[in-house]
Each structure stands twice: as C-alpha cells, then as structure tokens.
Ligand binder design. Structure first.
Ligand code: 3HC
Length: 311
C-alpha cells in the first residue's frame, strides 16, 4: 500500500493542488518529470535547426524577420524548460550531456529535413499546431514550474502556428508550382506530426502513471484525435488533398477515423535512425563547444562578483 507520504501526495494531486519544488514528492514523480520536461526542452532547442536552415533563404525580408523571431522564441522556450527541470535538482550540464550522448530523446519530427520553403510553412502550421494541442493541455500539469512555463509558451506558439499557416495559404493560393510545393510539404509532414503525440495509449510506457499523477491531463490518443479533427477543415480551406486516404467522419464517435501511423518509422526515428539524427546532434555538439568561452567568462565574472561582495 502507499505510504502515508505518498497518500498525502496523491490527495494533493486529486485536489488539483500544484506540486512545488520544495514539496515532498515520490522519487518516480521527480524522475518522470526530469525525463519529460528535459526532453521537451531538448525538442525546442533541436527544433531550431530545421527552421534555422531557412533563415538565410527566406523568400522576403518580412519572412526572414518572422522566421528569425520564431527560432529565437524556440531558444527561449528551451531555456525556460531547462530552468523548470533544474528546479527538480538536476544540473543543466547533465541534461545537455544526456542529449548529446543520445541517452535523452527529443521530438522525432525534428529529424526530418526541411527541403523547401513549404516545409517551413508546414512546420509552423502542423508541428506547432500539434505542439499547441499538447501544450495547452500541459498548462494544467500538476508540477507548478512546468505548468507556469506552458502558460507563457502557449502565448507565443499561437503566433508560430498562424505564421506557418499563412505561408501555406500563400503557396496553396499561388501558382500551380507553389500549390504543388505546399502539397508536397503537407504529404511529408502530416504523418510525422501525428507521431509527436507519442505511441497509442495501449503502447505508452508512461501514460497510466502520468495520468494518475496529473503530469499528463489528456492521453496521447485523445490529443492526437483533437489535432486530426482540427486539421481536416484547414486542409480543405487550402484546397489541398488530405494525406490520409483512410480518413472518414465517424458520426457516432463525433470524430474522424484515420489510417494507421507507420510505427516502425516512429521507432526507428526515436532510436536514432531518422534522416537527420546524427546531423542534429553533431551540430548541437559543435555549437555547444563553440559557446564554451561564454560559459567560462560568465563563471569567471560570477566568481569575481562573489569575491567582491564577500570582501
Ligand atoms: N519523439 C520522440 N520521442 C517520443 C515521441 C516523439 N514524438 N513520442 C513518444 N516518445 C518517447 C517518450 O519520450 C518515451 O520514451 P522515454 O521513456 O525514453 O522518454 C517513449 O517514446 C514512450 O512514449 P510515452 O507515451 O510512454 O511517453 P510520454 O508519456 O512521455 O508521452 C509525449 C510522450 C506525449 C511526447 C510527452 O512526453 C509530452 O507531452 N512531452 C512534452 C511535449 C513535447 O515534448 N513536445 C515537443 C514540442 S517541442 C516543439 O514542438 C517545438 C515547436 O514549437 C517548434
């Protein structure tokens, strides 16, 4: 049976009370959060690479400025989430080491290459759209620092999603070549966007416990269904073909039935064998090493300030 401490903890969770850094928590609650929040942060930071790839090649100055702002936002989201993870007693250096050695994961979608400008539209529209479904739900997560970071992040994500969809509108309503580019990006990013919600609930290692502790407020399949339903009219408005040939409205469910995701692809990508996994990590290692002088300078400065205050 649960210990008194664990019973008191579960009573707080059931009463919708936020768990704060100084509160007692089961070791597994702590480790589950370090895992999820740090991987959320890794996803934001690695996600800067596919998008950053198009900053120098954006089709107009306005598009370049908007994309630059979005990529900077992702960096900020990452730092916010690393800070939330550190409140659980783990160091940034340890988290970065886990990412760089492949011990930790990041969202599989970012291992796909961004081959055309249409991909930047599809990422904003579909990837940030999926992230919004997931993150709006996580605003109610039981761990205080994580919930508060989600509230801040959700405000910026809606801009990301709108700017992506606007790119898709311009392409889909443009020349036949532009419409074909939009269709190609939709075809290549639709299914990997569905994978962002994780495996089916029946195959999810963490969902049951994460729902009990209200780390998760809705299951992988429920959030995925919400995303599938909301995307259908958006595809129709663009006048594009839906990539899921088995999609069908199910009256009694009140949702769309959809075709099956390629879970072999999902597994191979999250185990490091996607198109760009090695490139994403080697880029991160190079940038991290290039920036080590900034960390050393900051540490030297902090030490000097501390010595001055102490004297
Ligand atoms: N990519 C990589 N790994 C994934 C994954 C995906 N799309 N979906 C699931 N996994 C991993 C899980 O991390 C877990 O592995 P682990 O035990 O080594 O961590 C395993 O697959 C089993 O999945 P579970 O469903 O059991 O895991 P979770 O309960 O953690 O659910 C999740 C997975 C829904 C992704 C959940 O972790 C979550 O909600 N995370 C926060 C959301 C997030 O990370 N979103 C990325 C957004 S970043 C982004 O989109 C930037 C954008 O703004 C550009």
């Amino acid at each position: 049976s649960l210990s008194d401490l664990e019973q008191a903890f579960q009573a707080k969770i059931d009463a919708e009370q936020k768990i704060e850094p100084k509160d007692w928590m089961p070791a597994k609650y702590r480790s589950n959060l370090v895992r999820q929040v740090s991987q959320h942060a890794h996803s934001e930071v690695i996600g800067m690479q596919p998008e950053g790839n198009w900053i120098t090649r954006a089709p107009s100055l306005r598009r370049k400025a908007v994309l630059l702002a979005k990529v900077q936002d992702e960096a900020g989201h990452g730092l916010y989430l690393y800070s939330a993870t550190e409140t659980l007693g783990t160091s940034r250096a340890k988290l970065i080491e886990a990412l760089q050695t492949g011990k930790a994961k990041y969202a599989s979608i970012f291992n796909y290459p961004t081959q055309t400008w249409g991909d930047i539209g599809a990422i904003g529209w579909l990837v940030d759209g999926a992230a919004i479904c997931n993150q709006v739900s996580l605003q109610r997560t039981s761990y205080g620092p994580y919930a508060r970071s989600m509230i801040r992040i959700c405000k910026e994500e809606s801009f990301h999603q709108r700017q992506g969809y606007q790119i898709m509108i311009e392409l889909a309503k443009g020349t036949p070549a532009q419409k074909a580019m939009a269709q190609d990006s939709l075809n290549r990013f639709y299914w990997p966007s569905l994978m962002m919600f994780g495996p089916h609930d029946s195959d999810s290692a963490h969902s049951a416990q994460s729902m009990k502790w209200k780390i998760k407020r809705e299951t992988n399949d429920d959030l995925r269904q919400k995303f599938i339903d909301q995307t259908v009219p958006q595809i129709e408005y663009l006048g594009l073909e839906h990539p899921d040939k088995d999609l069908k409205w199910n009256e009694e469910r009140g949702h769309y039935d959809s075709g099956e995701i390629d879970w072999d692809e999902f597994t191979s990508v999250i185990n490091g064998n996607g198109h760009c996994n090695r490139q994403r990590i080697s880029h991160h290692v190079a940038a991290h090493e290039e920036g080590s002088w900034v960390r050393e300078a900051q540490n030297a400065y902090n030490k000097k300030m501390k010595a001055r205050r102490a004297s």
